[in-house]
Design a protein around this ligand. Structure first.
Ligand SMILES: NC(=O)c1ccc[n+]([C@@H]2O[C@H](COP(=O)([O-])OP(=O)(O)OC[C@H]3O[C@@H](n4cnc5c(N)ncnc54)[C@H](OP(=O)(O)O)[C@@H]3O)[C@@H](O)[C@H]2O)c1
Length: 298
């Protein structure tokens, strides 16, 4: 992570959960982190914690409602004015509303599209333009996707959310093609965790229901995902981590296995057609024990 020391990273949804853990880790590694969310007080508190912990980087809080494009553009303008621009963009903010396809409210679907898909796309575009105008050729755009971005489970509450995460899979792949065509070495990665203990389920359901869901199985922690982010950023320039999957082995379904097997085949197939190196990481967590299967192609 040494090469990122002093460089600027934007982390969306940095007030709690995965975004807060990622922001903290990047500050620990010496980055200037622009953390945004609606609840800016929580990010201010996190910034103070980072400072008193003596981390070498800094966390700069930005209040931003990502469902509002004007607020996103103002934030990028402020980052440009105060810190020149963004070198790393972590599109993390995301949410699910329990709005089934047969009975859900349009407002809930729109909000999921605004934050999970549109805000991610706007931040990606603005981050790329910021890198391009400063001739930054080693930037990185990381999308916090989900296992829901790769298979559809039989749970009506999450079908629309799943569709937004499938969009993230397509957007990341499309972005990689556009970056390649633009002849830049800026990289794009999708990180797809399984269930992570955060406020996510609590915001979606009640506190009781989410606590019950998290207590049934050993879940990933936000720090596990933050570690995936630093792993991806640490890859040497000739290595691109395209997709990073973090599944829980005790909850892996037949669909997960079928999906992972299919990805395996398609990556081997794609192997002959791509011109850059990549690694795929299958990261399984078995209770307290973590087992990694790292496959390096090329
Ligand atoms: N938790 C899981 O099991 C899990 C699994 C796979 C993938 N993920 C993905 O991981 C990402 C982070 O989720 P999490 O688990 O950390 O959830 P979380 O604890 O609920 O945090 C969500 C973050 O998104 C921000 N956010 C939501 N709406 C926003 C808006 N309109 N404007 C600005 N920020 C907004 C929230 O900030 P404010 O409310 O302060 O604005 C918060 O910081 C999401 O993309 C999610 O889909 C989560």
């Amino acid at each position: 992570m040494d090469r990122w020391r002093g460089r600027v990273a934007l982390v969306t949804g940095a007030s709690v959960g995965i975004g807060a853990a990622v922001a903290k880790e990047l500050v620990r590694h010496g980055m200037k982190v622009m953390g945004c969310a609606r609840d800016v007080e929580k990010i201010q508190k996190l910034a103070a914690e980072c400072q008193s912990a003596g981390h070498s980087g800094v966390l700069v809080p930005f209040k931003c409602d990502l469902s509002n494009e004007e607020e996103i553009l103002s934030m990028f303008a402020a980052i440009k004015e105060q810190h020149k621009g963004v070198d790393v963009c972590i599109n993390n903010a995301g949410l699910a509303h329990t709005e089934p396809l047969l009975s859900g409210k349009t407002s809930g679907w729109k909000n999921m599209l605004d934050v999970n898909v549109l805000a991610l796309s706007i931040c990606t575009r603005e981050a790329y333009q910021s890198m391009k105008e400063r001739n930054v050729d080693d930037g990185h755009i990381i999308n916090i996707n989900s296992m829901s971005g790769h298979r559809v489970i039989m749970l009506a509450d999450v079908h629309f959310y799943t569709a937004t995460k499938f969009a993230v899979t397509a957007l990341t792949e499309g972005l990689r093609h556009e970056l390649h065509e633009a002849n830049t070495h800026i990289r794009a990665t999708s990180i797809s965790p399984g269930l992570v203990v955060t406020e996510f389920a609590q915001r979606m359901y009640s506190a009781d229901k989410s606590a019950a869901a998290y207590s049934k199985i050993k879940c990933l922690e936000a720090i596990d995902v933050a570690n995936s982010v630093t792993y991806v950023l640490s890859a040497p320039p000739h290595v691109l981590v395209c997709d990073f999957f973090s599944c829980l082995i005790n909850t892996v379904t037949f669909l997960d296995f079928a999906f992972l097997f299919t990805v395996e085949i398609s990556c081997l197939f794609a192997h002959n057609q791509i011109t850059f190196n990549f690694r795929r990481i299958l990261f399984f967590q078995i209770g307290e024990v973590q087992m990694r299967s790292v496959e390096q192609l090329l």
